[in-house]
Design a protein. Structure first.
Length: 474
């Protein structure tokens, strides 16, 4: 069975060293993925400055992030399949062009409407480039040690980019202007656009089936409603009627999507793919990994600023060690997979992340706790990256090249939903525990409870991918 073979320890087969051309292909794809990861967090620190510069009302600032998240998560599965049907390199390049233009427009924006439109376009570009780029990566490297190494480096740079975005956003805003948080994308996108056509080959099937429009419409609208509901719940609370209505609508539309796919002649997501245990369990592990680690950054930002009274820039710089941990984890994950298999890597990574997260329960109100925070986030970053690389290898293994865009689209959708879901959930826990007008001790108490829930969720992921998966594979 493909799943069992993909998860058992195996000796490396075939080539184990990257050729010069493969290094160039990998470099081009990794630069693009790193830039996209930076975009997820680069504006967080700059939001107050953007609000003051463009006249955003305080209550509307969240739309700068929400507009991006809605389009990035809502369209990623559709674009992943479009990449399979019409050409991954073509969609990759088109998405990069849109990203460069929209970043330029965002940096030059003179009012809120133009900025929000630019963020929507950036999200759409991300929804196109991320699955297309990952599919180009998986189809450029054969399944086995080379692909695992490439996915490990990709995962490390994506997580490091998420962390670097917070730091870079603060530095650019303080030293230059918030507009440079947009402008920085333009030369990078242009450089990749110039380099990619000469080194990356086109990848698409010889026979092109029709695009499943009913399936595309139902899943895209369902994901949009789901992401909006999660975001709204984080802002207005989980009892908010609009949030609950959007979540319910999203659930209904996704059920409709499932019914449509059963009857479609050329489904957007073939049910045979969703029945693969590697796809199901891999995406479950990825969902928990992204949900817990990105929301932990939010919790520790609260702790550093509200309890230890750090500035936004100092708080962002404190996460540099997390970035180092993710780079180390990504660089070594492929070796662990080769030695022990993907299931063991998922379990080991989850246990390391859970232990490091639980250690944060010892944080106090003194600055002496900073050492514990730095050590725990470094170790947790290593463990989290083991899970993320294991997730990507598992979720894309055993599938033919013609379905790699779909597989990476599903994986990217999982990533986007995990990132979107984590902060509202943890924010609600902190708010419920700390109260409406929290003092520093109350914030610390709320953060501690959320950290405990975070560690428990990681352990749920360990149980699901370790024990339940073992039973279903047998």
């Amino acid at each position: 069975m493909a799943t069992a073979e993909a998860t058992k320890p195996q000796r490396p087969t075939g080539a184990t060293k990257l050729t010069g051309r493969q290094w160039i292909v990998l470099l081009v794809l990794l630069v693009a993925q790193f830039m996209l990861a930076v975009d997820f967090s680069i504006l967080n620190v700059a939001l107050p400055a953007i609000g003051a510069g463009l006249g955003f009302p305080l209550g509307e600032l969240q739309w700068i992030g929400t507009a991006f998240a809605l389009s990035a998560a809502g369209f990623t599965l559709l674009f992943g399949r479009v990449a399979d049907l019409f050409g991954r390199r073509r969609l990759f390049l088109a998405g990069l062009a849109v990203l460069g233009v929209s970043s330029l427009v965002g940096g030059l924006a003179t009012g809120p409407e133009v900025l929000i439109a630019a963020r929507v376009a950036q999200g759409l570009a991300t929804a196109a480039v991320t699955p297309a780029g990952l599919a180009l990566l998986t189809t450029s490297f054969p399944e086995g040690p080379l692909r695992e190494r490439a996915l490990g480096l990709n995962g490390a740079l994506m997580s490091a980019g998420f962390t670097a975005g917070a730091v870079l956003g603060g530095v650019l805003t303080d030293l230059l202007s918030w507009r440079w948080a947009f402008f920085v994308n333009v030369p990078v996108a242009l450089g990749v656009l110039l380099a990619a056509p000469g080194v990356i080959r086109e990848s698409r099937p010889d026979v092109r089936p029709k695009l499943d429009l009913p399936g595309a419409l139902s899943v895209t609208l369902g994901l949009l409603a789901l992401v909006y509901g999660l975001t709204r719940a984080g802002l207005a609370g989980w009892a908010d009627p609009l949030a609950l209505g959007a979540l319910a609508l999203g659930a209904v539309l996704l059920l409709v999507f499932g019914a449509v796919e059963r009857r479609a002649a050329a489904p957007l997501v073939p049910l045979s793919v969703l029945r693969r245990r590697s796809v199901v369990w891999g995406n479950l592990a990825g969902l928990i990994a992204f949900l817990t680690e990105t929301s932990l950054v939010f919790l520790l930002t609260l702790y550093l600023q509200e309890v230890l009274d750090f500035s936004a820039l100092a708080a962002g710089l404190s996460f540099g060690v997390l970035g180092l941990g993710t780079v180390l984890g990504g660089a070594t994950a492929a070796r662990l997979i080769a030695a022990a298999g993907t299931r063991a890597t998922l379990v080991v990574g989850g246990l390391v992340q859970a232990a490091a997260t639980a250690a944060l329960l010892l944080l106090g109100q003194s600055h002496s706790s900073l050492g514990l925070l730095l050590a725990a986030t470094f170790v947790g970053g290593v463990g989290n990256m083991f899970v993320i690389v294991g997730f990507m290898v598992t979720a894309t293994s055993g599938l033919p090249d013609r379905e790699q865009g779909l597989a990476t689209g599903l994986a990217t959708m999982t990533q986007q939903i995990g990132i979107t879901m984590g902060t509202p959930v943890m924010s609600a826990i902190v708010a419920a525990r700390a109260g409406a007008h929290p003092s520093a001790p109350a914030v610390l108490d709320g953060v501690a409870l959320a950290v405990l829930v975070n560690a428990a969720l990681v352990l749920v992921g360990v149980l699901a991918t370790g024990f339940l998966r073992r039973r279903t594979d047998s």
